[in-house]
Design a protein around this ligand. Structure first.
Ligand SMILES: [Zn+2]
Length: 404
């Protein structure tokens, strides 16, 4: 199931130097390439690997802060951040492994100062770590931004070739406007991407607009600066400080995203990442995904971290989104793969099974029957339900239940 082209029965991929050099029926590819090593995955379907457009590897499944409301959850999370140091390595390693075993091939992590980078780099996955920074630890916004930019350069040394590091502006309630603006300007001038959380919760909307609520306390604690309500939505606020351009990946967009906001997102070319299970867990509303897709906004799917989401299985997350928004199976499978790559600007390299792209694929233990149901939906359901049998990144099998 190449995603960009119709399914191929008894299909095959030819891999050369990690990239796909042919896609088609096995009989044809075999005939044209005698003598190549062949791996068979009988009674399976190959799909592009899942592209998880934003996760937090550094949280674990046990003992998550209670859900129900974003404010209660974020307050407990901040209070408990110090304990994270004691289990970060174990949590990040196991989150990355869970993603691999769920058919993910490209994963984006956001973590404080990029502290999850070693675990993404050691997982065999391709991906990006967005390094978050917290300006209150510095004397000025200029110093904070210079410091995170220097750290990113430092982190880039000795990385696997398909793992990158870039800067994140965490959220409106943790980063002051000037630090946000400077970080965004720098990333834009360098032609890089920028990850941010935007319009996630009712509390964020209240904070940005009126300057009130629990996030006003969080902001004061994080920035030691004053904040007055801006009288506009988080999306408009982000636009006003230069945070929105095609390199921006805005996560969540779950609460209070108006038609006017969608217009701004479309006009500025921002990509959106959709995380419906986290939004539900934290009482954050429903992101207007069909409307954003209809306006041509690049939308990818993501799982968030294990403190707000039940798994790092992107296919499972996508199936939830499909049911939530009434999307068809084809759109769902594309959302999990090619749309994610497009949101991140890596669609020239990955996201579907096409000649020239990296051989990033998942092998699902299922073959669509002839029942007339959507074959993509069948495969999505199988992948969501633990049916991933193997995962390959750049043609290298980093997970293989068959042990071939
Ligand atoms: Zn997040």
């Amino acid at each position: 199931m190449p995603v960009s082209a119709p399914p191929i029965r008894d299909g095959a991929l030819l891999v050369h130097d990690g990239r796909i050099s042919a896609v088609g029926p096995l009989a044809e590819i075999g005939r044209d390439n005698p003598g190549v090593e062949v791996r068979y995955f009988p009674r399976c379907t190959m799909v592009p690997g899942a592209v998880n457009a934003h996760a937090h590897l550094g949280f674990r499944r046990d003992n998550a802060p209670e859900g129900g409301s974003f404010s209660r959850w974020i307050a407990e999370l901040i209070q408990r951040l110090p304990e994270r140091d004691t289990w970060l390595a174990e949590a990040a390693r196991s989150s990355a492994r869970e993603a691999v075993e769920a058919g993910t091939t490209f994963l984006v992590d956001s973590s404080p100062y990029g502290d999850c980078l070693p675990y993404l780099a050691g997982s065999g996955l391709a991906g990006i770590v967005f390094a978050e920074f917290f300006p209150f630890q510095f004397a000025s916004p200029e110093e904070a931004v210079a410091s995170i930019e220097a750290r990113v350069l430092d982190l880039r040394r000795d990385l696997p070739s398909r793992v990158g590091v870039e800067v994140s502006v965490h959220a409106p309630y943790t980063i002051d406007p000037e630090s946000s603006r400077l970080a965004a300007r720098g990333a834009r001038e360098r032609g890089e991407r920028l990850a941010t959380h935007l319009s996630e919760s009712p509390e964020e909307y209240e904070f940005v607009t009126n300057g009130t609520g629990i996030l006003a306390d969080v902001f004061a604690r994080f920035t030691q600066a004053d904040w007055e309500g801006k009288g506009v939505s988080p999306v408009r606020y982000a636009q006003s400080i230069g945070l929105l351009w095609p390199g921006t990946i805005a996560a969540h967009l779950a609460t209070g995203v108006s038609e006017g906001d969608i217009e701004i997102l479309a006009r500025t070319g921002v990509a959106a990442t959709h995380c419906p299970r986290s939004n539900e867990y934290l009482g954050c509303g429903v992101s207007p995904v069909p409307e954003m897709l209809a306006r041509g906004i690049r939308v990818g799917a993501w799982t968030d971290g294990l403190w707000s989401s039940p798994s790092i299985n992107l296919f499972e997350e996508t199936l939830f989104a499909v049911n939530l928004h009434g999307l068809d199976g084809e759109t769902g499978l594309t959302l999990a793969t090619l749309y994610g790559a497009r949101a991140l600007g890596v669609e020239g390299d990955t996201g579907n099974l096409e000649v020239g792209k990296w051989a990033d694929f998942a092998v699902i233990e299922a073959v669509p029957d002839e029942s007339g149901r959507s074959p993509e939906m069948e495969i999505l359901e199988a992948a969501a339900g633990g049916g991933v049998a193997a995962t390959a990144v750049g043609g290298v099998l980093i997970y293989n239940r068959f042990g071939l």
